[in-house]
Design a protein around this ligand. Sequence first.
Ligand code: PMP
Length: 394
Amino acid sequence: SSSSLDQQKNDDPGCAGQHPPVSPISLDKGDPMIFEEYWERMGDKCDLRIGGGDLMSYLSNPGGVCWFLLPQLEESIRRIHSLVGNAATQGRYIVVGTGSSQLVQTVLYALSSDSPHPLSVVCAPPYYSCYPELAGILKSELYKWEGDAHTFNKDGPFLELVTSPNNPDGSIRGPVVRPRAGGHVMYDLAYYWPQFTPITHQADHDIMIFTFSKSVGHAGSRIGWAIVKNKEIAIKMVKLIEVLSIGVSKEAQLRATKILGAICDGYEGSLAMPESDKFFDYFRRIMAERWNKLREVVKKNQVFSLPEYQQEQCLFSEGLAGTHPGFAWLKCEKGESKDDAEGFLKGYGIQARGGHKFGVDGSFVRVSMMSRENTFKAFLERLSAIEAGRDSTY
Ligand code: PMP
């Protein structure tokens, strides 16, 4: 509310009285609304008609390991990975989940359910802020959040979560815990798509998870998928979803099939589009533009720093490509609010997520780069006001 914003500003001598009250713009979550205008422009190409008697059974593929996965969705998942070249799917099991969040939970279960010792769950900071919650909320005896992978030195089975490109900082990552018997790695590849990063290799790990939210933007459909090498692990993951929700909504799966299919058709099907309108090329350009604008403002105001990323050869676009993460990981370098970057931005009407939630100090703050265009513009305006040190036009 504006009253808490006023309070915040009064608490912060750095900006007290400098601004009229504004309602904060919410950039603390990664709601991928940047993709909305693209899908709106598709007109009726992605419309679905679902009749009253359609999709009624629990079952989708009774003979398959993941019996609730619609075969047509499985096919479009394999197709998009083969188009982009970001992950190997041949001979792997695909498990669909209600978002990749549910799949993380199933991986924890699958790797711990038969073990007499609890599974330690670790990740190198800065880590995705939901992992500690995901591993901790049930106070399970099967697994336990142990925090920083760098300092982890317990015996017994462990799971290292590797997010690459990383949320929050966009870095390309590998495991840091030394491999040993009972050690597992789960790769969360939510952002390993051309709009965010060059596709430098075809990922081929034992357990990889992807999400519909960040790959194409339909977060509300709650679809994620795992690509799993080991059949026993896939079976256990499926078992947990069976017990929790007896499968995953078929309406959502059908929509995901349609959308993934439309992207692939844009590249290789009868619907082939001009280069600049193809999904990944279009959003690579938009993300690059946003990052250029952000870097300009950050350079001018000299309060924050941003990570630098190298260009790399991209297998998907066959040329050099830049890294334009879904989040900006800002470090506050100056001023009295240096240790509370989240509070500092809040004083300027920007709601973001502070470093503590990612296992690092409060001088860092994560801001979503995936908002609608108007929100992104407002964000840049407000950020520029910090540079000016006086009222801006909002
Ligand atoms: N993993 C990472 C790294 C994420 O950033 C997100 C979304 N913010 C998720 C998993 C969860 O995605 P969803 O449940 O929407 O599929």
